[in-house]
Ligand binder design. Sequence first.
Ligand code: GLN
Length: 239
Amino acid sequence: MTVSQVQQGKVVVGILALQGAFAEHQVALQKISSPRKVCPLLVRTPDDLAKCDALIIPGGESTTIALLARLAGLLEPLRQFTKTKPIWGTCAGAILLAQAVENTKKGGQELLGGMSVTVARNGWGSQVESFEAPLLVDGLQDSQTPFTGVFIRAPVIQALHPSPDHPPLEIIARLPVGKLPKSQSIVSPDEDDTDPRDPRTIVAVRQGRHMLTTFHPELTKDGRFHEYFVRACVLSSLF
Ligand code: GLN
């Protein structure tokens, strides 16, 4: 952030715009209310990234986003960015932010890391197993009103890895009890899925200035997760 941006109270929130639902995040950010003016910026080059105070990595296809980031010379700048600035990864973006991923394509997958979480790609199954679930989220404005989580070939959180060397992991949202989708890859039809501590029910996590959601808040008209990211991750770490 430049000195003049701080003086004017503006924050530049970049959106990685290589592939996926970046335009929807841009629209969502333009609509939110925030104590500081939020300026969305589509990021396609290292120079774009250098102008950002924070970054959103959208849903899409994590392997494609990683490949395009490498071709654009963005992979290392993004890894550096995770070390100092807030990032929110949604769905494919959540995969890129994880420290480890299971169920990768042959040959593995490049990650940025930044959050102490293991995820399984496509953990709920294929596109036809997409689903919506009502999420009650304490940290949001109007928290009694459920947030509609849209899950499209979403990753499943397999494990959190708390450590004294990293900021604590804060679970922001879980699927309602008994709502784990039954699919061969993640929950077998006869499995008991009512344990409220089951990591696979976690769908939104914050760790210090970073956040991941395995669903797509940008595909709803509800801007509360965007407001939450700006308030809890971005403004609290910048001002
Ligand atoms: N399954 C996709 C991936 O591996 C993520 C899907 C999404 O972002 N909706 O990247």
